[in-house]
Design a protein around this ligand. Structure first.
Ligand SMILES: [Zn+2]
Length: 307
């Protein structure tokens, strides 16, 4: 059995989610009054940090809002023995000394304690921002369950955050070359492992085989698929399932609708192109970076990634 990828940046979670408090209707009032509560402010998907690696957690008394104004924008994140953590998604709240960064760019630098909470907060804020109406009747829903669901006032239906499974795969050929592709909208030189969303009624393994063939024309050996782990990717709602697989054909037919280029890289060409910066790899927060590093077999220098 192949070893799973370790310490995937956004998969780290060191804090209990404290789900038993979600059913408590007065959770927000209780937390707001407690001296042990710590609050993370989210501004349109960005997070406040001091030095690019430390999230700024504030106490409720330092947040200048009325509880009635934030009831639909507050989420319970989790608890340790010392603190209970919540998030407020509000672009108008000031945080002293903050630089605002995206989890996508910075998540790999956060501690395990902070990153799990920040990933959860980002996922919830993103879902609430785009799911304000009932999917049955169209009425505006309201937040229940301490930010973990929404309820329709007309038909009482409850709605939960959706996670969309997507697969991503490091494809190798018999010579040990890796298959990397470039989407049309990417800056020239940017390449990554192939990826795609799992379709309705499809297994993730079938998705790996289908997407690789669609994007590159390469056939995989179905018995070669090895699951290497997953991490949430809440931009807006994905769960990335990582695989490694071996190709049984090597001729490439680039899917022209989405892909600008797909090609094989030998280890020698990979190093040469990275050094020349004609090949730029995904950043260290992505699971693609860790898949590529797993293939490379040693730490990938940060200069080789998209800064
Ligand atoms: Zn409804």
């Amino acid at each position: 059995m192949e070893k799973l990828l370790q310490d995937l940046p956004l998969a780290r979670f060191a804090v209990d989610r404290f789900a038993q408090l979600r059913a408590e209707p007065t959770w927000l009032e209780r937390l707001w009054a407690a001296p042990t509560t710590r609050v993370l402010i989210i501004r349109e998907g960005t997070l406040p940090v001091t030095d690019e690696v430390s999230l700024i957690w504030v106490k409720p008394e330092s947040v200048d809002v009325r509880l009635a104004d934030i009831a639909d924008f507050s989420y319970l994140l989790g608890a340790t023995e010392e603190h209970t953590y919540m998030a407020i998604s509000d672009k108008n709240i000031e945080v002293d000394g903050a630089t605002w960064v995206s989890l996508r760019d910075t998540g790999a630098h956060f501690s395990a304690h902070d990153v799990g909470l920040a990933t959860t907060a980002t996922a919830l804020a993103s879902w609430h921002r785009t799911h304000v109406h009932c999917t049955r009747c169209g009425m505006q829903t309201h937040v229940i369950g301490a930010g973990w669901s929404r309820k329709c006032p007309i038909d009482s239906s409850e709605h939960y955050p959706r996670t969309e499974p997507a697969m991503i795969v490091a494809v190798e050929d018999a010579e040990g070359r890796i298959l990397l592709g470039r989407r049309k909208e990417w800056t020239p030189g940017w390449y990554s492992t192939l990826a795609g969303f799992v379709e309705a009624g499809e297994s993730s393994e079938a998705c790996v085989i289908r997407e690789v063939f669609e994007e590159s024309g390469v056939h995989l050996d179905p018995t070669s698929l090895r699951y290497l782990g997953s991490q949430p990717w809440p931009f807006p709602a994905s769960l990335m399932l990582a695989y490694r697989a071996t190709a049984i054909t090597t001729d490439i037919v680039v899917e022209e609708a989405e892909m600008a280029d797909v090609r094989w890289f030998s280890r020698e060409h990979f190093i040469r192109d990275c050094n020349m910066q004609t090949l730029r790899l995904p950043g260290p927060t992505t699971i693609a970076f860790h898949l590529i590093q797993d293939w490379f077999g040693e730490p990938v220098p940060s200069e080789w990634t998209r800064a």
